[in-house]
Design a protein around this ligand. Structure first.
Ligand code: ADP
Ligand code: MG
Length: 338
């Protein structure tokens, strides 16, 4: 036998999982995004030990048909894209078909799912191997429980930070996804304590209130701007209401939370000289664009994306914020009545 061998699917999934699943927050992100792609209006997330010992995500979305449940956990299986051209026109949060296979490879997973709210399927896997498959009665949607994350990848397990740090990461990702999806009601519960609750009534300012608190949300200024390619809609704090980190600036592109230095700088540039050194605004910008203008297939976690007109978008962000802040300065009372 030669020295080069093809890896078994179990082993290659374990390797691929390293790219997608870094920590409990990555599991939460992937499962919640799947729920949104399945058109859920309610997503409940329950974690234990910040998700290190257990994560459950329940949704009232479409569910998975009985004959596709096992397939969903195979690598590179997706219902979201079909052809190469679809890669340039992604309208869902997922499309790589990697998450479920990756999660199953490095944890113990149970899925209960139903497409009709009566009969459903229960599948249990451990380390990527099927342990049990049966027909059960189930409510509409899907409930996935992930236990003992990294139990079979000790190096990964060791790399995890304290429960507090991991929990903050979970809260952070649920926050951002909730901000990008005000029409979905989110509940995040850690060991019976509710950490995030949004109403899902479609109102962004109320969603912000559910996350940063009512006093903060009430003092934000609505911002809106658009050009031929982009539409921006969101809220930003006044220069007097700042934080000591940029972490309170959320950029959402077609509902997807992204991280982008250039665009974050554009937000700050919109404030001109109004911000004190080391102070940053609170802001949520929902940016809508034709999916053709953004390549989301740059990074396995899709946190970073590539824009074909980044300069133009940065300019629009900057001027939108500058103009909306100027309007407020002209009419000081608008702040109080907002
Ligand atoms: P991707 O999201 O990139 O398609 P995943 O591995 O995350 O890949 O999921 C594989 C497939 O399983 C999805 O394409 C979808 O059809 C199905 N699926 C996963 N989670 C859910 C869910 N919560 N509700 C309905 N279908 C789901
Ligand atoms: Mg997915």
């Amino acid at each position: 036998m030669g020295t080069i061998q093809k890896l078994s699917p179990l082993l290659s999934n374990k390797i691929a999982a390293g790219e997608v699943i870094e920590r409990p927050a990555s599991v939460v992100k992937e499962l919640v995004e799947n729920a949104i792609d399945a058109k859920a209006s309610q997503v409940d997330i329950m974690v234990k030990d910040a998700g290190i010992s257990q994560i459950t995500v329940m949704d009232n979305g479409t569910g998975i048909a009985a004959n596709e449940v096992e397939l969903a956990f195979q690598p590179h299986t997706t219902s979201k894209i079909k052809k190469a051209v679809d890669l340039f026109n992604v309208r869902t949060l997922g499309f790589r078909g990697e998450a479920l296979a990756s999660i199953a490879a490095i944890a113990k997973v149970q899925l209960i799912t139903s497409t009709d709210g009566a009969i459903g399927t229960k599948l249990q896997l451990a380390g990527g191997e099927k342990k049990n498959l049966q027909t059960v009665s189930a409510s509409q949607g899907s409930a996935i429980t992930v236990q003992d994350l990294f139990y079979n990848t000790p190096a990964r397990l060791k790399y995890l930070k304290t429960v507090n740090t991991e929990l903050n990461q979970v809260i952070n990702i649920v926050n951002r996804i909730a901000l990008g999806n005000p029409s979905v009601a989110f509940n995040l519960i850690n060991e019976n304590k509710t950490l995030i609750k949004t109403s899902g009534n479609g109102n962004l300012q109320q969603t912000i209130a559910g996350i940063y608190g009512r006093p903060t949300a009430q003092n934000l200024v609505a911002v809106q701007g658009q050009d031929n390619d982009f539409m921006i809609d969101g809220y930003i704090s006044l220069p007097q209401q700042t934080r000591s980190s940029r972490n309170y600036i959320s950029l959402l592109v077609n509902g997807r939370y992204i991280v982008n230095q250039q665009l974050t700088k554009a937000v700050l540039a919109g404030f001109g000289s109004k911000l004190m050194v080391g102070r940053y605004p609170i802001g949520v910008l929902n940016i809508k664009m034709d999916p053709l203008l953004v390549d989301v297939n740059v990074h396995p976690t899709k946190r970073e994306v590539r824009f074909s007109k980044e300069e133009q978008l940065a300019t629009l962000i900057k001027t939108t914020i500058a103009e909306n802040l100027n309007d407020i300065n002209l009419i000081p009372s608008a702040v109080n009545s907002a």
